[in-house]
Write a protein that binds this ligand. Structure first.
Ligand code: DQA
Length: 229
């Protein structure tokens, strides 16, 4: 089963108001709403934004704070990153939380985060695709950290890079079941987002502007993957 995650573009409450209207008009096209905390200036605004979303649409919320190191806009790292995630969890319910494995890999800490939200352990490289050994090593770290879901997203330089990511997806699904997402970004990697032949647990789409290279519209994803919740 592939669930469709809508990545929101907003970083301000006024933009969010418009985005909520748009989102409500295509509510059947997605299963989960991803709020990108790294787009917002401060935690208070962010918590109000999540509250606005929760009040206006009855769908699970995924909270993501993507660091600059992994292609986002967030400057917090290490302890500060963890403190930020814990602060959000304690301020407002979030159903899922994205946790970068390079920032948090201690299973005890992951266990604590899991008390409040399902944990998606993640790793990204917006410039290239790591070697097979590195990708497998990252998945092993995720297994050791005991997240609920694992996600990798890499930029391919060649069609072979896309195939390598698909191979890691298939091997990992065999080992761990339907909890793995593997994205090859950009145009080259489109099939990892849109093909029912290589289904990941989650596929990320957008309403308008792609929030990562290669993201497509959620309505198109719903046509491809079918199903509503
Ligand atoms: O990690 C991901 C996946 C993503 O990078 C993508 O390629 O669709 C988009 C991000 O918003 C999300 O947090």
């Amino acid at each position: 089963m592939t669930e469709i995650i809508l990545t929101l573009e907003s970083g301000t409450l006024s933009r969010l108001q418009d985005e909520i209207m748009e989102m409500r008009s295509v509510r059947d096209s997605f299963d989960i709403i991803e709020v990108r905390g790294d787009y917002f200036k401060d935690v208070n605004t962010l918590v109000r934004a999540i509250a606005m979303i929760r009040d206006s649409i009855d769908k699970p919320v995924l909270y993501t704070y993507r660091t600059e190191k992994e292609g986002g806009q967030g400057a917090l790292l290490g302890e500060d990153y963890l403190y930020h995630l814990a602060t959000i969890q304690k301020s407002i319910p979030v159903d899922y939380i994205d946790v970068e494995i390079l920032q948090v890999s201690d299973p005890t800490i992951v266990e604590q985060l899991k008390r409040y939200s399902k944990v998606i352990l993640s790793h990204h490289d917006f410039n290239g695709t790591p070697s097979d050994a590195v990708m497998t090593g990252i998945i092993d770290e995720m297994t050791a950290a005991k997240g609920d879901f694992y996600k990798i997203a890499y930029m391919p330089q060649t069609p072979e890079d896309v195939e390598r990511v698909v191979a890691v997806l298939e091997q990992s699904k065999e080992k761990f079941g339907d909890i793995v997402t593997a994205i090859s970004m950009g145009e080259l990697g489109t099939k990892t987002r849109t093909s029912v032949e290589f289904p990941s647990r989650f596929t990320y789409g957008t309403l308008n502007e792609p929030q990562a290279p290669g993201q497509v519209n959620v309505a198109k994803l719903r046509e491809i993957y079918g199903g509503t919740k």
